[in-house]
Every structure is written in C-alpha cells, then in structure tokens.
Design a protein around this ligand. Structure first.
Ligand code: ZN
Length: 370
C-alpha cells in the first residue's frame, strides 16, 4: 500500500506518482520545509498547508493521496502560485542535498527516491493549468473549519520547527522530529557536530602550517632554487584552496577563523627559532644579516602568496557550492582531509630537517657581532 499523487484523481494517467507511505512522508517533509521558508502570500501559504494536512500519522497510512486539482488554487493568482510551487520543488531538491537538512529531520532519506518523487511532483505541477482549476474547490476547502484552524487565524508556524501548522498541528512535532530550526541551533547543534569540528580543526591546522611555512620557505627557495619560488607559491595556493573547500559559506568562514590562532602559533615558531636568518646563513655560509634587498624580495613573495591564496580561497567557495549542490561534498571531504594532513606532515618534516641542519642562532649572532 502507498499513496498516489495524480493530476485529477485518475490513476490511469501515466504521469501520476505512485509512491510508498514512507516516501510520501519524506516528499511532504521536504516540500513543507522548502515551502514554509518561501511562502509569502496567503495563496502560497494555503497550498503549503494543503500539503501539511497530508499527515499520515494523523489521517492514517495510505490516506495521503491527492490530485493537483484538489489543491486549493485561486484562479486569480494561479500563474504566480504555479511558479511558486516550481520554486518550492527546486528548493526542496537543493535541501535534499544538504546534510544539515537530514540532521534537522532526524533521518537520512534515500536521495534517489526523493529525487524521483520531487521530479514526479514537479511534472504534475507543470501540467496544471488555470482551466483545470475547479473554482468551488477553494471555497470548499475553507468550509467547515474551526475558528482556531491555522488557515482561519493567520497561518502561524511552529515555534520549534518554523514550518506552517495545519489543522493537525505541526507535522514535525507530531512525527517526533527533534531539532528546532533556529540559527542558534544551527550553531550549537546539527551543523557543528563533534566529528565535523575535529575534521575542521585538523584541516585548519594543516592550512595554517601550509600557509605560514610558505612565507618562510619561499624565501629560502628563492635563494637556493630561484625562480622556482613562484611555482612553489602557486602550488601552495592550489593546496590552500583545496583545503578551504567547504560545505557552505558559514563552514568556510568557520575553518578560516579556526586557522587564525594556529597560524599565529606557527609564525611564533619560525620567529622564535630565527628561521629566516639561520636559513640564509645555511645557504650562504657566514652571510650575516639579511640585506634590505633580501627583505624586499621577501615582501614581493609575500604579496604574491596573499594574492594567489585569495584567488584560490574565492574559487574554493564556488567549488564547495558545486560539490554540495551535487551531493558530492562528503565524498570530497574524506579525501581532502587525508591529502591536506599528508601535506602538512610532509612540510613539518622538511622544516624539522632544515632546523637540524641550520647553523644555530647563537653561532649566527656571534658571527654577526664579531
Ligand atoms: Zn513543530
């Protein structure tokens, strides 16, 4: 047993959507989330509430059948409402790719099945025309409603879930959906889970090591292997962008913010160990202090590095959006973490190896002062 969503109740139509009870619930949940966020006019809210009334936990399994012609369309606003419903379906598709939505709902839908249901629903909406609207339907839909029915008393939303209430109350409350959809819950709850935050910290530390070490290493390469320093900086910028690819812009900012304190720790390491001065005296034996020319060259590399990483950072936002939209982000993140950590470990090994081979700071200072 399941439900049939049809054009006009006739199931012989080959575009009617025959789906299981479970998939019906999933479809309604996603349309409800999407529509509750997008609906602005009364006619738009009515259509979303019509869907919200298809609550199988109240009306019984297999009783959520409906036809496009059952929807309380208003002939006056039909064209814009139809356009609205196509937007709601589109946005529901986008929500279906977000990990945060499944966490909010407390279940992971079968993405292929949900896509199938949303595509079928979209096809039926597209088929609907104003001439197919039964004018009495809207009036009938309003009749016999109690005074406290949400469609009579101003279309309230659930305070916990932010979705429109129907005569049956909030579908998510009735179905026991745990999470509330508020900004603070996003921050405290679903979006930043402990697993995510560990991954984000590991990535941010790797990015900090990569970025800061380049400031010092590119200078060293410019003395020893010029002009490879530019190739090196471009390569680093690429790795930087790959590490910054994030689920969405909030996630991107979070990683960037986490990397700041780690970056300052890495900078302190290079400063405290007099890395630059000792590197110079390692390449050019007993060179002494860094010249003004050397410092200027270092400044040019620094500017070049910042510009490259800035461009790469912007590209990473776009890449993250594309991956999330195609539901490929999680898959990417697994490889991203391994690759970035491997690079960071490699850099740390190089720096430690160099450290051991550099002349000591005492030696360099004594030589400069002698
Ligand atoms: Zn609720």
């Amino acid at each position: 047993m399941g439900n049939i969503i049809s054009f006009n109740g006739s199931v012989s139509q080959d575009d009617s959507l025959s789906i299981s009870n479970g998939l019906t619930d999933v479809l309604i949940d996603y349309l409800l989330l999407s529509g509750s966020e997008l609906a602005e006019t009364e006619s738009e809210k009515r259509i979303i509430i019509f869907l919200a009334e298809k609550q199988q936990s109240i009306i019984g399994l297999g009783n959520a059948n409906f036809a496009m012609t059952d929807i309380p369309w208003d002939t006056e606003t039909f064209e814009s409402d139809k356009e609205f419903m196509l937007q709601v379906t589109d946005y529901a598709k986008e929500l279906s790719t977000r990990e945060t939505t499944s966490e909010e709902l407390g279940y992971h839908p079968d993405k292929k099945m949900l896509e199938y249901a949303l595509n079928g629903f979209e096809r039926l909406i597209k088929r609907m025309t104003v001439s197919a609207v039964d004018k009495d339907n809207l009036k009938e839909w309003f009749s016999d409603r109690d005074a406290d029915d949400p469609v009579i008393c101003g279309y309230p939303k659930c305070e916990k879930h932010g979705i429109f209430l129907s005569m049956h109350g909030c579908k998510f409350c009735n179905d026991g959906v745990p999470k509330a959809k508020t900004i603070s819950d996003y921050i405290k709850g679903s979006e930043i889970k402990s697993r995510d935050i560990k991954t984000d910290i590991l990535l941010s530390v790797s990015i900090a090591v990569l970025f800061v070490s380049t400031i010092f290493l590119s200078n060293l390469i410019s003395i020893k292997l010029s002009p490879l320093e530019y190739v090196y900086i471009i390569f680093v910028a690429l790795l930087y962008g790959m590490g910054m690819v994030s689920r969405d812009i909030k996630h991107w900012i979070l990683k960037w913010v986490i990397s700041i304190p780690f970056s300052s720790l890495v900078i302190q390491f290079f400063w405290k160990t007099d890395f630059s001065l000792r590197a110079l005296n390692w390449v050019l034996k007993d060179y002494g202090k860094e010249s003004a020319g050397g410092r200027f060259a270092g400044f040019i590399f620094l500017c070049f590095q910042f510009i490259c990483c800035f461009i790469s950072g912007i590209a990473s936002i776009v890449a993250g959006k594309i991956l999330t939209d195609h539901g490929r982000y999680e898959e990417y993140e697994q490889k991203q973490v391994i690759a970035e950590i491997a690079v960071a470990v490699f850099i740390v090994s190089i720096v430690l190896f160099l450290e051991m081979n550099f002349p000591s700071a005492e030696y360099v200072n004594a030589m400069i002062n002698s």
